[in-house]
Design a protein around this ligand. Structure first.
Ligand code: COA
Length: 505
């Protein structure tokens, strides 16, 4: 059927599970057709909103289109769309930001209510009704199992040779019936290459022919190269100390240019036979596989530039032997991450002098994206890095502050903080020792003296001397005139995302 016919089958007020993870594998046409329908109904004075559950971020054709017409009541989990972000921060859209590994099980537990409809992009449908997954898996298995009704988008742009690259694990269960997940190396296959799907639930099939979002990457700048350099030097030191094998441990890398810079550094560096147990496969990891530096990568989604997509399609047979895509409840599973001893590397907005990390909020109240999988990896990793430039907004904001304005990763989950200034190894340190090394190694020289002065006065004046703070001054760094002005610029940008989004015709 057409996308409009399929969109007409989605009732107002329903919970809709959509495919999509970091700009790949999202439905390309039904959400936009639904947005068009909602827009028309709103114009006629009818209320119409749905709740949208996904794997992670999607694309303008999904989040952007639905948010632009005020069609989303509640969104979960990770998002990074300007229109969504603007609505959430304006208080016009509810948003639940949860760990990505929690989503599927919370749905099975019934914590979010009934899933009414699934809208899932697939690469194909087998004669026996099983489905060939697309460029991301995310929560699709759970959506297909849990939804009352299913709409499929079959995208014939997806390289058919991807078939066989996926591994869908059907061994999960509800407590107290859970069994260990039998995955002991990143390359293990523990499931099936296809989704099972009850054909009687399918209410519509729409054929599409469109590429994923595929955003280009800017080449690593000096700051990300420096951050990557500190991390690589530290990893070499850990190998020398005998705390890691020569081929390291499986790598997890967050999205973005700094993460890609670390991968680029690994490409030039000394390490061989690497593996990855990560969430998203970006260009950098494909390059490592191609150059023979990495043997295998496990993820739940691709997030590639157009050039990397071309390379992937050209050499899909090579990559199919070296890449597996899994459901996000497995790619991000605490049990597996802990067992494999993953090295986690994620971006952040700010860290405080005691090692608490804020990955999601500006000035404590405006959301940027969401926690994504960073918490799944950080808490369970063998070693957890958080990285950021030491300043933001042309140096007007320090990313090292006395106290973070929002906490996503507590001091207990953060082992190494890295900025272009240097690296703070927090393992085995007390809060006061951490403060010294973070201020000394990671803060920008223009803020270092002020941070040191805060710490020393807190040491004298704080009522407790374990984690010394002066609560009346703890947020002084973001409350100074200069910092407020700069942070307000960031907030203005994230609040104005709606204006930039086109309402579908
Ligand atoms: N105070 C205020 N604003 C700040 C800031 C600070 N301390 N640090 C950064 N910003 C602003 C930047 O100025 C930029 O806004 P602008 O474009 O208006 O200038 C914005 O925040 C993003 O910063 P940027 O340096 O471009 O960061 P990034 O693209 O590397 O993203 C996160 C950083 C934290 C937003 C991103 O890593 C994220 O969403 N993380 C959470 C999810 C995650 O870790 N996923 C991976 C798990 S697998």
């Amino acid at each position: 059927m057409s996308a409009s016919e399929a969109a007409a089958l989605i009732p107002a007020g329903s919970n809709v599970g959509m495919s999509g993870f970091t700009g790949s594998g999202y439905p390309k046409e039904v959400p936009a057709a639904l947005a068009e329908r909602i827009n028309a109904l709103h114009a006629d004075g009818f209320d119409f909103k749905i709740s949208v559950w996904t794997g992670a971020s999607t694309a303008p054709e999904l989040d952007g289109a639905l948010a632009a017409v005020d069609g989303i009541e509640m969104r979960l989990p990770y998002q990074s769309d300007p229109a969504c972000r603007a609505r959430i921060n304006a208080g016009q859209m509810d948003y639940i930001d949860i760990h990505l590994s929690h989503v599927a099980q919370f749905v099975w537990f019934g914590f979010f209510g009934k899933l009414d409809v699934a809208v899932v992009e697939v690469a194909g449908i087998l004669e026996d009704g099983r489905l060939v997954p697309a460029t991301s898996i995310g929560n699709n298995k759970t959506w297909l199992d849990q939804a009352d009704k299913i709409i499929l988008e079959v995208n014939n742009r997806i390289n058919p040779a991807m078939e066989g690259m996926h591994d869908i694990y059907y061994g999960t269960a509800l407590p107290p019936h859970r069994k260990p997940i039998p995955l002991v190396t990143p390359s293990d296959r523990i499931g099936e290459p296809y989704f099972r799907c009850d054909p009687s639930k399918i209410i519509g099939i729409v054929e599409t022919h469109a590429y994923d979002r595929n955003s280009a990457f800017t080449p690593p700048d000096e700051t990300s190269r420096l951050i990557a350099g500190h991390i690589l030097e530290f990893l070499a030191h850990e190998v020398k100390k005998g705390r890691m094998p020569e081929n390291l441990l499986p790598l997890q890398s967050g999205v973005g240019n700094t993460a890609n810079a670390v991968m680029a550094g690994l490409e030039q560096g000394q390490f061989e036979n690497l593996t990855a147990y990560t969430e998203v496969l970006q260009d950098g990891m494909l390059h490592l596989l191609k150059r023979g530096k990495m043997n295998f990568a496990s993820a739940t989604a691709f997030s590639l530039s157009p050039e990397a997509v071309d390379d992937f399609n050209r050499d899909v047979d090579f990559y199919r032997e070296r890449v597996v895509l899994r459901p996000q409840e497995i790619s991000n599973h605490p049990e597996v991450i802990r067992r494999l001893g993953v090295i986690a590397m994620n971006g952040m907005i700010e860290a405080d002098i005691y090692g608490n990390v804020n990955s999601t909020h500006i000035r404590g109240s405006s959301i940027m994206n969401g926690i994504g999988g960073s918490g799944d990896f950080a808490r369970n990793a063998y070693l957890s890095f958080f990285m950021t430039p030491s300043t933001a907004k042309n140096g007007q904001l320090s990313c090292i502050v006395p106290m973070v304005s929002h906490v996503d990763h507590t001091e207990h989950d953060v082992q190494v903080i890295v900025t272009e200034q240097g690296l703070a190894d927090l393992r085995g340190l007390t809060p006061k020792q951490r403060a010294k090394v973070i201020i000394q190694n990671c803060s920008h020289p223009s803020y270092r003296a002020a941070l040191q002065a805060y710490y020393e006065r807190a040491l004298r004046e704080s009522p407790g001397r374990h984690t010394p703070h002066m609560l009346n001054e703890a947020f002084s760094f973001i409350q100074s005139w200069k910092a407020e002005k700069a942070a307000m610029e960031v907030e203005k940008a994230i609040h104005s995302g709606l204006a930039a989004t086109k309402v579908p015709a």
